[in-house]
Design a protein around this ligand. Structure first.
Ligand SMILES: N[C@@H](CCC(=O)N[C@@H](CS)C(=O)NCC(=O)O)C(=O)O
Length: 209
């Protein structure tokens, strides 16, 4: 059994969607980051960085409990455990892993900062708003180019690279983007949204209420 510690945010949805897609049995523990649950000592013992998502798999690879934090590491762990969404052929595997790292290192950071400076910052800092909004536009151009040649981001088939990127990219309008400029990204967003497990994953926290 896997214990998932999470909340309804793009990073949390990566884990919800992966667990829905793989049908691995899990228990959901709410970490309300608005109320500061991420700083509770019992959660910090699981993720010293105080961020969701995190998992504890009671049956780790050696049969003993294992803790994994960082959404990218969680996706790789669950892919290996389930044998799904991470190809074993080396060339395809590294394609998926590089696009997974592109999400974790670039999409998460730039979308996160764009959201902060557009919607949360107590004063409007034009330089910061423009910098991060322009970075999101640049990343969408990179994805548009990739998705012109490939059905999915990491591989010709759906993979953990898509599961990582989709929860952020699906809401790009909220980050000041005109999606008419990105028809391939829009095609990809809609294809993934149509997967029943993706919708189950998005609703995981409300369904567990
Ligand atoms: N690099 C981390 C980022 C996780 C992250 O930023 N989680 C946010 C929610 S989307 C969080 O827990 N924020 C709480 C806080 O910053 O106090 C990952 O990919 O797992």
């Amino acid at each position: 059994m896997i214990d998932l510690y999470s909340w309804a945010t793009p990073n949390g949805h990566k884990a919800h969607i992966m667990l829905a897609e793989t049908d691995l049995p899990y228990r959901l523990h709410r970490i309300d980051i608005g109320k500061g649950d991420q700083f509770r000592p019992d959660f910090v013992a699981i993720n010293p960085n105080s961020k969701i998502p995190a998992i504890v798999d009671q049956e780790g690879p050696d049969g003993r409990p294992i803790t994994v934090f960082e959404s990218g590491a969680i996706l790789v762990y669950l892919a290996q455990k389930s044998g799904k969404f991470l190809p074993t052929a080396p060339r395809r595997r590294y394609d998926v892993l590089q696009w997974l790292m592109f999400q974790v290192a670039s999409i998460g950071q730039m979308y996160g900062q764009a959201w902060h400076f557009r919607s949360v910052a107590p004063e409007r800092l034009t330089y910061a708003v423009e910098r991060y909004t322009n970075e999101v536009t640049r990343l969408l151009r990179v994805m548009e180019h990739r998705l012109t040649d490939s059905a999915y981001l990491g591989d010709s088939e759906y993979s953990i690279a898509d599961i990582a990127a989709w929860p952020w990219v699906k809401g790009s309008e909220k980050y000041g983007q005109d999606m008419r400029n990105f028809p391939q990204v829009t095609r990809w967003i809609n294809t993934i949204a149509a997967r029943p497990a993706v919708q189950r994953g998005l609703n995981a926290l409300s369904a567990a209420a």
